[in-house]
Design a protein around this ligand. Sequence first.
Ligand code: ADP
Length: 291
Amino acid sequence: KLDAKILRYMTSDEFRVLTAVEMGSKNHELVPLSLIAQIAALRHGNSHKIIGELAKKNLVSKIKNAKYEGYRLTYGGYDYLALKTFVKRGSVYSVGNQIGVGKESDVYIVADESENQLVLKIHRLGRVSFRAIKSKRDYLQKRKSASWIYMSRLAATKEYAFMKVLYDNGFPVPQPIDQVRHCVVMELIDAYPLRQITEVKDPGKLYSDLMNLIVRLAQYGLIHGDFNEFNILVKDNGDPILIDFPQMVSISHPNAEWYFNRDIECIRTYFRKRYNYESMLYPKFQLDVNR
Ligand code: ADP
């Protein structure tokens, strides 16, 4: 969980040491204390004391492998560094309630300096599920991997880049605001996921809006790849907003037509099962996209 309180209780030396761990992580799975001390360039012995405090606050963890002992950032430490940057830039001022827990992300309501409400999405890839932990040894083995930092940062960078391109080209996605490390700040959409909407006022209109959206995306060169009821918010006026696109593929992908059809089928199936709505009309890749 995101601990906003911790933000207030960090000294500048602690921040220096935490940053040193992050820098050391770029080429060390486990960052040795000697390297941390060298990067942080604090008075001798201080780094040692401070790293202990950071470990107590769960911002780093001390890990021993076969060869040596060292430190790694935890998600808590990485969250802290990202938030600190957002705060410095003015894009986030305070953190509010958590509104979403995905398998691969946590979503919070935040506010900027002018008290505008926004959404903070923290990517959490490579999170070890409880089911995956068979034994304590297994757990220690899994903890060794530092690739979650890389994977989560990559996911956030990609999401922000796609969101920006889509938003700038008039597609219905949240306005992207800022991105740092594994986090994206975006516009808060006042709407619920399609999944949670038991009764749609005009299923026919929503259905054709969604089909048109899939076609427009494809004509622009993109296929969503995971177009489903969880990734679509529906506003009060019935307009859909796409919020999540982790597996977008290019229209020039060899299997583009297959992905395209799968997105179409996913919506058709959902409307049939959930709203008892079926239409004879649906887009065809060859006719509507590959003209
Ligand atoms: P995940 O990929 O982990 O499922 P999502 O991006 O789909 O994460 O977001 C999870 C939930 O958070 C969504 O179901 C939605 O309820 C909420 N949410 C995400 N982004 C926004 C947003 N911009 N505005 C409003 N709610 C959002």
